[in-house]
Ligand binder design. Structure first.
Ligand code: ATP
Ligand code: MG
Length: 361
């Protein structure tokens, strides 16, 4: 069976370092590994509208921003098909048919959607489109016959939902759809990078992000005001690593070679953590080091972005071509789905013949 990747992002803002370690970095590695037959990356604008219906301009602007972020981290349109969700109507059609296979209570149980509803104050009145976005995500995954979905931990319930729909569809209508698997980052800190405020998840909607396109000064400012251990008041105090965002970011980004370059008193992160726990290591020193690490990681991305920013029509061309190519695959899947569901009246000669016979009797 062909190995196919589908993954994507909501164009609700520029992409941040949580996306980078949680998904983007991995995508580039997978893209360049040659281990996959096809890779689709989707800009999920229709999904983004499910909680931004009142601000389509924001989504419209960010389609380009996300595309620029992709290109700047090294997504290569020669190897990866980048597509825009709303431009492929087959995805909406698949969603409609899959809706028959899911109950309301099943949707309400989704833990990621539950916390997103809370975050958006949707509890008293949940928009139907928002509640059902996991179904549309199943349409996206299955339309491209994806076997693998590289994503952060918050996406596990979505892929689980997709697997359930696929199994139900196949058992009802015959083997038609491919059951996908999630591919999580191997580094625990990267599965769900917290925000700079220490909140559970860095998220465009929470405004606690370090963006890939932030300037050097912005990154520094954000790092220096980051959440650490609130009980670590004096330098001599013993400090806590768990839940300390500065260390979580170091877990996600730090390589041993950065110590030799920027903090030669320590060999590696374990030694730094040990000193912090013991006491005698100040937050400012650790933050300055984290800033160096992040600047090293982000500088090449920022530079590549500047190059692509000079040719916006090229970026749109990439999106248009990718979307056209992706639609061919989605159309084939939709045809298979409709045939399996017997929604193919006009091409089904046997059906018409049997009905002719029925009325000739
Ligand atoms: P929004 O607030 O609009 O939902 P978001 O920041 O959650 O935006 P998405 O577009 O929903 O970003 O997510 C895109 C991908 O990035 C998904 O694979 C998701 O798992 C991953 N991701 C998002 N935030 C993080 C994070 N903080 N840590 C690790 N992975 C993340
Ligand atoms: Mg999200």
């Amino acid at each position: 069976m062909a190995k196919i990747i589908l993954t994507g992002d909501r164009p609700t803002g520029r992409l941040h370092i949580g996306h980078y370690v949680g998904s983007l970095k991995h995508r580039v590695q997978l893209q360049n590994s040659g281990r996959f037959d096809q890779i689709f990356i989707m800009i999920a604008d229709a999904q983004a509208l499910t909680d931004n219906w009142d601000n389509p301009e924001k989504i419209r602007q960010n389609v380009l921003e996300v595309a620029l972020d992709y290109l700047s981290v090294g997504i290569d349109p020669e190897k990866t098909t980048i597509l825009v969700q709303s431009m492929i109507p087959e995805l909406t059609e698949l969603t409609f048919y899959y809706m028959n296979l899911v109950t309301l209570s099943r949707l309400e149980r989704n833990p990621t959607v539950k916390s997103e509803i809370q975050m958006r104050n949707f509890e008293t009145s949940i928009p139907v489109g928002f509640l059902t976005y996991p179904i549309s995500q199943t349409a996206d995954i299955t339309a491209f016959n994806a076997t693998t979905v590289p994503a952060g931990e918050d996406q596990s319930p979505m892929v689980e939902q997709a697997r359930e729909i696929v199994r139900k569809f196949n058992s009802l209508y015959g083997e038609t759809l491919t059951e996908p698997e999630i591919m999580l980052p191997d580094n625990k800190a990267s599965m769900r990078l917290p925000g700079t405020d220490g909140k559970a998840k860095m998220s465009k909607s929470l405004g606690n992000c370090i963006y890939l396109s932030d300037t050097e000064e912005d990154v520094k400012k954000k790092v220096m005001s980051m959440y650490t251990d609130p009980n670590h008041i004096k330098v001599s105090d013993p400090g806590q690593i768990e839940g300390n965002t500065v260390f979580t970011y170091l877990d996600a980004f730090c390589k041993d070679e950065y110590f030799a370059e920027y903090l030669p008193d320590y060999q590696n992160l374990d030694e730094l953590k040990e000193h912090y726990r013991r006491g005698g290591l100040g937050d400012v020193k650790v933050k300055k080091f984290l800033n160096k690490v992040l600047q090293e990681e982000l500088a090449p991305i920022r530079a590549r972005r500047r190059e692509f920013e000079k040719d916006i029509p090229y970026v749109y061309e990439v999106l248009k071509k990718g979307t056209e190519k992706a639609e061919e695959t989605a159309a084939q899947t939709l045809l298979r789905v409709k045939r399996a569901m017997k929604i193919n009246y006009f091409e089904d000669e046997a059906l018409i013949r049997s009905q002719v016979e029925k009325y000739q009797k």
